[in-house]
Every structure is written in structure tokens, then in C-alpha cells.
Design a protein around this ligand. Sequence first.
Ligand code: AMP
Ligand code: ZN
Length: 466
Amino acid sequence: MQGKRPIMLYNTLKREKEEFIPIRAGEVGLYTCGPTVYNYAHIGNLRTYIFEDVLRRVLEYNGLHVKHVMNVTDVGHLTSDADEGADKMEKSAKKEGKDVWTIAKHYTEAFFNDCARLNIQSPGVTCKATDHIPEQIKLVQDLEKKGYTYRTSDGIYFDSTKFERYNELGRLDPKGLSAGIRVEMGEKKSPTDFALWKFSPKDEQRQMEWDSPWGKGFPGWHIECSAMSMKYLGNHFDIHTGGIDHIPVHHTNEIAQSEAATGEKFANFWLHGNFLVVENDKMSKSSGEFLTLERVISKGFEPLDYRYFCLTTHYRKNLNFSWENLNAAKEALQKLREEILEIKKSDYKGTKSTETYDEEFLDKINDDLNTPLALAVLYKLLKDKDVGAKEKYAAIIDYDRIFGLKLAEVKEAKVPEEVVKLAEEREIARKKSDWKKADELRAKIAAHGFNVQDTENGYRIDPKPE
Ligand code: AMP
Ligand code: ZN
């Protein structure tokens, strides 16, 4: 890394890029809204975690020490973000005929397994909502003491009209809201009021419920992130992140209840990742139609192909998913690996250092995490015949601290004769449309540790990812 350069980040709070200056020199408190573990994460969700991983890597690349906290939502997230409908966790448990704790454990493990495969670094602190019920109750009590709450027949609510800056982050259109566009009002006094504590329904036995000063029930979704972020990072911390869908409700509510309770500013920076879309539709978990990482792998891709695919678009832009686009990313990554192998083996001596590239690289990543342009710097360096192989290799491996593509682990893959023979047999079976045999042969190839992939120019054999 070269000399210091400002880190510019787009702060949703201000709707502009601002220089990031940590509250405590050299340290960053970063809170990331984690998964709701009632189902597998889809690759849209995973795009957001890849963006957050890049953010953390950029901060670390700049020599900052990051304390990264991520929650796991295992209670309280209702089917509508705005306090309506069933608890997603309880609903999923019923559907799968399992107890809700088993559901939470299963999908939490699956989520962290996906993250590991995508080379997303583990947060320093991972915290479950159900392990922090007393902290959430305490926060609601603080709000109650300060007069921000009221009671309805189904819970304790936050009175958003009492918090003047309520609309600062979301910049919602108050006319639209008062016309009741967003939510059913129920007994709420104002459409933007939200539940802090919900009572257990009288006609239904919940699996997850706790005693509280107001009656048996469970915390609202928003309160968990306020309680846990402040517990681990303090009342006032540096950066809070999530997907853009969190801006108008979840994050708006987090700010209101946290700042109302403490009287302090909550997070300085709010960063939001844009959506992964399929034919202009947001990929969504609740619609039931979504792609998991497992499915992507079953189609012959490696998790890192998907990571590369995400890096090619800036995190604040929509990313359009298609198998063709993903395949293009796979091929680009494969080619990059081949070129890196060449450089690694070469003893070509150059006349030029990588300094100008290093500076440009840092400029790009520090300009609101511009990974597509940072990748372009890497490709420009690759092509530069004046730079020696050793220096080139070292710079690329250094840049990979941001990309996280495991470029230092690229190895020459010797494909055994037997695997080539099986692939040839499979090609013949495919030409005869004998799909059953082709699939059997694919499984045999996989048992040897290789993936066979059909491309426009015939098949390709890759080592299976570890
Ligand atoms: P959830 O598990 O539903 O709470 O969502 C986990 C994260 O994924 C949140 O930060 C969401 O904002 C984000 N997210 C949801 N849908 C998408 C999508 N289609 N593309 C990118 N991020 C998404
Ligand atoms: Zn959250």
C-alpha cells in the first residue's frame, strides 16, 4: 500500500460521498444487519454480504482495525417489515414441521457455510437476537421512561412523531404515508410508528416467547439491531450497513429508537448495497423463487465465480443476474488464473515498478469501493510489458486482499488421463442425448475431484473447489 489517501464513502444519510474519518483514530466500529434465518440465503442476500466484506477489506487495507459485528435475526422479523403478519421464523418452523430453534440453527449454519465458500471474512462478533432479550427489554424500558412509547392491544409501540429527525435517513414522502400506502394502521397512532415489543397472540402458542414488564411476548425486529450494535460498539459508532430495502423502515427505525434512548448520534455512516435483480425483478426470499449458492454450484460454478461476478459491478448499482453473465465471470476468472500462473512461473525482468498502478488501485477502492475500476487497474497492470513478472505478481496478490479471489492459491491443475477419458465419453453420450449416462459420467468425474463444464467451445474440466 502506498501513501495515505482519503477513504470516500457514500453516506446514505447525506446522499453524498464523504471522507470517512473514524471516531477513534485507527479503529472502526462496523455493524452489518445479518440474515433472517428462516430459509437459505439467496445469492441476492449474499451479494450484500460480499459488498460488506469488501468494505471491511478496504478499511483494513487502509491500515484501520475493524471491529465487525453482525447479528443473526432468529426472532421477531414479521412477514411485512412493518409489524404485520406472522413471525418468519415461526411460520417456517410450522411449514417444515420442525421446532423453531432447529430451524434457526440449520439456516444459520448454512449461511456461514455460504459465506466461507465466498471467502467472506467472519465478523469478529456474531450475535443472535434470542441471546439478547434482556438488552432489548432494557432499551424499550429506557424509551418508555423518556415517553417515546405507547401500548396497544398487541404490543408496545414507538411514537415516531415524538422523534423529530425520523425522516432524515429515509426521506419518505409524508403524503404517501399518510394516505396509508405503506402499512395497515391497526391501532397505531401514526403509520410510521413501529413495534418495540409484541405480545404473544392469545389464540396461538408461540415457540419463542419471553416474560417482560409488559407481558409475555417477543421483541420487534428493529430493536434487536439497536440493542446489539450499541452493546458491542457503543452508543455512537462508525458505520452501519445493509441492503437498500432497509433504508425506509428498518434503519430509519433503528436510528429513531437508538438516538431517542441515548440522546447521542447512533452511526456516523450508513452504507447500502443495491439489489441483485433477475429480469428487473428483485430476488426475494419470501417469494419462494430464488437462487441459492448451492444451486449455483450444482450448475458447475464455483462460489468464487459468483464473488468475481459481484465485483464487476459497483455495489450501489443494480446487478443483473443471468447464467450467461455468471458464465462470462467464470471464464474471466479462469483466464485471470491462467495468466497469474504464467507470471508466477516467469522470470521476466522489467524496467518499471508497479507504483503508479498501486496508487491508482488505492484511488479506486477508496473512491466508494469502486471494485470494477479496481479490477480494470489489475488488468492494465497485467498487460504492461515494462513491469517485471515478480513485481506484477506481488502487486496482484496485494490487490487480492480486497478482491478476495484467493489468487495466491491458484495452482496448475493436472487433469488425469482417466478424467479426460470420462469427459470424452460424456461428450459422446451428450451428443446422443443420453442425459442419464452423461449425468452418471459427470458424477464419476466429480468423484475424481473435477467439474466438467459445457461451454460454447466444447467442454472444460476444472478442479472442484475445496
Ligand atoms: P434478510 O435475510 O432477508 O434479512 O436479508 C439479508 C440482507 O440481504 C439484507 O441486508 C437485505 O437488505 C439484503 N437483500 C435482500 N434482498 C436482496 C437482493 N435481491 N439483492 C441484494 N441484497 C438483498
Ligand atoms: Zn438490522
